[in-house]
Design a protein around this ligand. Sequence first.
Ligand code: PGA
Length: 250
Amino acid sequence: MRRKLAAGNWKMNGTRAALSELDVLAKAPIDPAVDILLCPPAPLLSEAAKHVSGSPVVIGAQDCHYEPSGAHTGDISAAMIADAGARAVILGHSERREDHNESSPLVRQKARSAHAEGLLAVICLGESEAQRLAANTLDIIAGQLATSVPDDATGANTVIAYEPIWAIGTGNVPTTEQIDEVHDFIRARLVRRFGGDEGGAIRLLYGGSVKPGNAAEIFATDNVDGALVGGASLKADDFLPIIRALETSV
Ligand code: PGA
């Protein structure tokens, strides 16, 4: 049985004042069947981890370098993220793939280094609008999945987030049939590659314009184990109803 996961990605938003949102989440009663992950910007990681200490909320980063240390100005390593008290890292988000030219093989290297530090790697995949219109979606997903996910992936160390690029921050959400098709496809590929036990245990999140108003419908979809939420994770008042919808889906 896969545990449900509500993950928030603050992207490049929030200064220390925003950590009060974490205090609200940390105090809220959370169904023990649901995991909560919040990924603030790197400068807030260590402080954020203190704010949620002793609560069910876990902190993650939004990227890491694939090496543990060295001459990489501006980068942070998985070891540093773990040392800050975080337990997870988002990798291969489409904004990193686009803004920083990140390739799937690079994402795979990063995931391996995250695993080596005991971090949960949340690996993002997703097609562009042009790829969707050209009916290439499953080919794109198959390629990204095969090359971004390392061979040491297990249900305990890896989560896959399906995030259609055209749905991120746009308010355009795929139909539940479209989400269902891609998630079933990802599940089948994972089972084929990793076997029924591990391939069946890796959680699949949907991401892209998840809001309090559409979360319940998305969570009712087969093979959706939770969500990766951007804009609606910035305020506890928006994120909590999404968590509640996930709890109801258990
Ligand atoms: P959004 O972002 O919820 O603001 O669409 C999702 C994401 O990019 O992870």
